[in-house]
Design a protein around this ligand. Structure first.
Ligand SMILES: Cc1ncc(COP(=O)(O)O)c(C=O)c1O
Length: 452
């Protein structure tokens, strides 16, 4: 910023001065526009009949970069980070972005720039996080059902590690004893989350070590002198009730008070965001207040301070993301009007996999008459993106936007039907920056071995 206001070293002539000042004004204007775009952007907005993000129209993005296209709003991500950080007082939570939600290097760098660490579940995610500049101590590695060799790699890289199986804890103890600290992921037997597929803390879930096996955990810790430094629980995704987190807190503090080596309590992710207008969301400010108090009280009562760790995925990126698609056909059957778009479950699997609701907006015809449609993909499979949706009249060629596509959208995309995965673009400071190219046929064929 300073550079915009520096005077030239030599005394300029009048034309030079004019040129200098006009440049200064342009730069300053651009700078204020950027500040404006970052601070005051409110996601997708209808301005003068055009849907825009940070002043850039979806039309223009489609023209310049094609469709289908994943679009992310950096300003929204930064706002979510600030809201989450601001919810706590008296303690500083360590926030680790659940990279699996959106593992694009540019997004990870944006997180890091804003003081966020990273939560990973595979060695490949670790490598991408390190490529984005994360230091090993900023990375939380919580793998599930992986080969022990992957954990050994995690140790050699110097990561924070959570183990989620007794046999793995035993192997870890045998190999490392007290020489390398680790945490354990617990299964608290709590049913929570938006639906069964995204519930991970109930007694029949494959995740974590059952809370009923706590004695066995502690026996192994004792036997091998394991340096147990953290406890972790992630009960699921889209958890509305803060009581779930408070119940987790009760379990975690209760264990931590008797295990002095424990330094951090990790509450996982799972905060619910709004999928529809007026949808209820996790009361993050209230949760922050309550958890802060519990951590402060723990310190007061036990004479030692614990760190609070969180691993939000959806909360940080879901609402920042949009999937922009084009209507290929409008198909009228005797009972239903289908809108067939140039995307599908290959690009956004959440509606078919989790019954997830993604708001759909016809950005090409904001004033069109409202009609009811089933929006479907072009995949040879039933791939409904949204059923019974009231949209402004959709015509062939119209652009539609699917909202809440930032988390587990691109990351769960595939080349099914041999179609390329979309490009990804980040809107940052009022500018659109391509952060991933659309797949090419060469990439799709890459790795195939033609044996004939
Ligand atoms: C261990 C762990 N932490 C954090 C998350 C992030 O969850 P969410 O995106 O719901 O915040 C997940 C999601 O699957 C997870 O498995």
């Amino acid at each position: 910023m300073a550079i915009f206001f520096q005077f030239p070293a030599t005394l300029p002539t009048v034309p030079c001065l004019l040129l200098f000042y006009s440049k200064l004004i342009i730069l300053t204007e651009r700078f204020s526009l950027r500040i404006f775009a970052t601070l005051f952007s409110h996601g997708m907005e209808l301005n003068n009949g055009t849907y825009q993000l940070q002043g850039i129209s979806f039309d223009l993005l489609a023209k310049e970069l094609g469709t289908p296209l994943y679009i992310y709003d950096a300003a929204k991500i930064v706002r979510q980070i600030q809201t989450l950080k601001g919810a706590f007082s008296g303690i500083e939570p360590k926030i680790k972005f659940a990279a699996k939600a959106l593992t694009n290097v540019s997004i990870l760098k944006l997180m890091r720039k804003n003081g966020i660490g990273v939560d990973v579940v595979s060695i490949q995610e670790v490598q991408i996080a390190m490529k984005a500049g994360f230091q090993p101590n900023e990375i939380m590695f919580t793998p599930n059902c992986v080969d022990f060799e992957e954990i050994v790699q995690g140790v050699s890289l110097g990561l924070n590690i959570n183990l989620d199986n007794l046999s793995v804890l035993e192997k870890f103890g045998k190999k490392y004893g007290s020489s390398y600290p680790c945490g354990v992921r617990l299964n608290p037997h709590i049913m929570a989350g938006g639906n069964l597929k995204i519930s991970t803390g109930h007694s029949n879930s494959k995740f974590g070590i059952s809370i009923q096996q706590l004695p066995e955990i502690l026996q192994l810790v004792e036997k091998y002198k394991i340096a147990l430094n953290g406890l972790h629980i992630h009960t699921g995704s889209e958890i509305l009730e803060i009581d779930v987190f408070l119940k987790m807190a009760e379990i975690l503090f209760n264990i931590a008070k008797d295990v002095p080596s424990i330094k951090s309590l990790d509450f996982g992710g799972g905060f619910k965001v709004a999928y529809k207008k007026d949808d209820k969301t996790t009361d993050v400010p209230e949760l922050g207040k309550r958890l802060s108090q519990l951590f402060v009280d723990f310190e007061k009562n036990n004479g030692r301070k614990l760190e609070l760790w969180l691993e939000p995925g959806k909360y940080l990126v879901s609402e920042s993301g949009y999937l922009l698609v084009k209507t290929n056909v409008v198909k009228q059957t005797p009972s239903i009007t289908f809108v067939g778009v140039n995307s599908g479950l290959n690009h956004l699997i959440r509606p078919m996999m989790y019954n997830a609701y993604h708001e759909i907006v016809n950005v090409s015809n904001p004033k069109g008459e409202l009609k009811t449609y089933n929006v479907v993909g072009n995949i040879c499979e039933t791939d409904t993106l949204g059923a019974d949706r009231n949209l402004n009249e959709v015509r062939e060629g119209d652009l539609l936007v699917l909202e809440n596509a930032g988390a587990y959208g691109y990351m769960m995309a595939s080349n099914y039907n041999s179609r390329p995965r979309p490009a990804e673009v980040l809107i940052i400071d009022g500018e659109a920056k391509l952060i991933r190219q659309r797949d090419t046929l060469e990439q799709i064929l890459q790795g195939q071995v033609d044996i004939f």
